[in-house]
Design a protein around this ligand. Structure first.
Ligand code: ADP
Length: 622
């Protein structure tokens, strides 16, 4: 029962892969048609290949060639061959053999190249689409997915599909084609013998059916395991600084080793299963061949077949059994490719939950008025992070968000960027629900400086210009000056042309933040989001950064998330978030007068307690 279920499950899976990938293949239809044509000729040549041997055996050696009984062109062939001397027939036969094999080789070459082109083009296109798709999937997907696993899907799974399409699918397709053609000819030659040769087919089927589900399952587990290995490696290498600082190398190595060991077991099991299938098929083939020889020889002795016919028959049988051998040989690779295909489709079928509405319009140049209107938002259903939050910010205002750690301040920033949509209420810019705008045009009007800044492996100039790809060098320099970054950039070996090392290891955090400010400045966006931009920086850097941020914020609606209340003093609006709600809102003076939580917190900070996160959490209730 379980096996039948496995097979029943496999077919829809393959159908799903086919449905998803066929549109890509259809675009290469002309090459598909050309390659199939080449395969057809190649199969036809394979059909012809044993015939010269028959003519040599029956016509030259036994001098007893009789083609009259053959349907189709039998009499015609007989009349031509009958007029030749044995030596001529021998010469024609051997020349024909070379010509046939020559044509077969040439058509096979074209079919190979054709399939390689199709496989490579199709998989490259799928790869591009997959990468684009993954980039657009929402953060809710990415926070749960493992980066290494996605990379394996984009790189290794696609390569696996490519390799199999090119190296296994073509031979299998050609062999199945040949199988059908050859059985037709075999039935035509001698139907009894053809039936005899079919006796072993149920054995093929039974053994394949028994082992296949195991092979498929092993291949699937293998792909998953390889992903886990890649994820462990990419996570530890991506955070190598932390790994080394906390001496976690051995822990990660242990994880890596044990995952690798488990994978090894699965690999061996996969190889064992494939070998078992292959070898048992070898035995069945020998059995089929023996039966044909046994009965065939008797047919020859009784005169029902000529020795040449038996030769053709046996030669066909070898080829006709080939798909089964191929299938066994390629089965684990095909299963791996199917598993890989499924993993690719699983990602491709995920639809971004944040996407442009059908009626979305490009956002106009915004003035920067922002409203949260009764916004309720939860990452996980039933656990709202923000409940019924309303905020009104007029253009150019500085809003400071404060509140205990983990209370939802960054979530407010994510909602502004439309990384998530609220479950209730709406966020509006200039009075319009932001869901009315095309996402890209919306995000272009927001600049962001986060707690830590990722630099790309590119020059200083390019790293700044990522904020606005069309910026000219003068603008880039002006923004770098605004960000207090010009001087240190000029001190780099190649100035603005210096390429930053990966993950920005060549710059200090303070310097990276300045690059981020320059990057934000160059966008000239009306709304600015600063999420703890100076956390963990020394006093001097902090001052320089805040000075730069002050310049950047001029004339822009600015949301600043901070736990440093000194930054709140000049704010037009301070929002104290707690319990998913706006607990207090007002200017510094107003909130001090109110003498609530903010005021209590301010007094604590004034008293010189410099690590305010904990105090924020413990701030007394008003
Ligand atoms: P803050 O910025 O105030 O420190 P956040 O907005 O980052 O707080 O987080 C608010 C709450 O939402 C926290 O409990 C956090 O664990 C949770 N959270 C943040 N991001 C996600 C996410 N992507 N998926 C699920 N929960 C999240």
């Amino acid at each position: 029962m379980a096996r039948a279920k496995n097979i029943a499950e496999t077919v829809p899976k393959l159908a799903r892969i086919w449905r998803r990938f066929w549109p890509y293949t259809r675009k290469q239809l002309h090459i598909v048609v050309g390659s199939v044509f080449a395969v057809t000729i190649q199969v036809f040549m394979r059909l012809l290949e044993p015939w010269p041997l028959k003519f040599i055996f029956d016509g030259v050696i036994f001098q007893n060639l009789n083609m009259r009984g053959f349907p189709l062109a039998g009499a015609f062939v007989q009349s031509i061959v009958g007029s030749m001397t044995p030596l001529t027939l021998l010469t024609v036969s051997v020349v024909a053999l070379v010509v046939i094999v020559g044509i077969r080789a040439i058509t096979w070459y074209y079919a190979n190249v054709g399939f390689a082109i199709i496989g490579t083009r199709v998989t490259t296109e799928i790869q591009n689409d997959l990468y684009q798709h993954v980039q657009r999937l929402p953060l809710s997907f990415h926070t749960k997915a493992r980066g290494g696993d996605l990379i394996v899907r984009i790189i290794a799974d696609i390569s696996m599909i490519r390799e199999v399409v090119v190296t296994a699918a073509l031979p299998l397709f050609a062999s199945i084609f040949a199988l059908v053609a050859m059985f037709v000819v075999m039935f035509w030659l001698n139907s009894t013998l053809a039936f005899v040769s079919l006796i072993v087919l149920p054995l093929f089927w039974l053994s394949t059916r028994r082992i296949m589900p195991d092979i498929t399952e092993t291949s699937r587990r293998q792909r998953t395991k390889q992903s886990a290995i890649a994820s462990t490696a990419s996570e530890s290498i991506g955070a190598i600084q932390v790994v080394q600082a906390l001496s976690l190398e051995d822990r990660f190595l242990d994880d890596f080793r044990s995952e690798n060991k488990a994978n090894l077991g699965i690999e061996v099991r996969g190889a064992r299963l494939a070998a078992r299938l292959e070898r048992s098929l070898d035995v069945f083939i020998a059995l089929g061949m023996s039966l044909v020889l046994y009965f065939g020889t008797q047919f020859v002795l009784s005169g029902a077949l000529t020795p040449g016919d038996l030769l053709v028959f046996v030669a066909y049988l070898r080829t006709a059994y080939r798909p089964f051998q191929d299938f066994a040989k390629y089965t684990s690779r095909l299963a791996k490719a199917a598993a890989a295909g499924e993993r690719v489709i699983d990602v491709m079928d995920r639809t971004p939950d944040i996407r442009d509405r059908p009626d979305a319009v490009p956002a106009p140049l915004l003035r920067g008025e922002v409203r949260f209107e009764h916004v309720t938002f939860a990452y996980e259903p039933g656990h709202p992070v923000l409940s019924d939050v309303s905020i009104h910010v007029t253009p150019g205002q500085l809003v400071v968000l404060v509140g205990p750690s983990g209370i939802g301040k960054s979530t407010v920033a994510s909602l502004l960027l439309r990384l998530y949509d609220p479950q209730a209420g709406q966020v509006t810019f200039d009075g319009q629900d932001i869901r009315r705008f095309k996402i890209e045009s919306l995000r272009q009007q927001l600049s962001v400086v986060l707690q830590d800044t990722l630099l790309f492996h590119a020059t200083a100039r390019e790293n700044i210009a990522f904020g606005a790809p069309n910026a000219d060098p003068k603008e880039i320099e002006a923004c770098a000056r605004l960000a207090n970054a010009h001087e240190f950039i000029m001190a780099l070996p190649l100035g603005y042309d210096t390429v930053f090392g990966e993950r920005g290891v060549t710059l200090s955090r303070g310097q990276r933040q300045r690059i981020a400010i320059a990057r934000a400045a160059i966008r000239k966006a009306p709304i600015l989001i600063l999420d703890e931009p100076t956390t963990g920086l020394d006093e001097e850097n902090e001052r320089a950064i805040f000075e730069a941020l002050g310049r950047l914020a001029l004339g822009r609606t600015t949301f600043l998330i901070t736990h440093d209340l000194r930054q709140a003093v000049r704010a037009n609006l301070i929002i104290y978030l707690d319990g998913g709600r706006v607990d207090e809102a007002g200017t510094h003076a107003e909130l001090l007068r109110k003498d609530g939580r903010y005021a209590a917190l301010w007094r604590l900070q004034e008293a010189g307690i410099t690590e305010p996160r904990e105090e924020l959490a413990d701030a007394p209730a008003s």
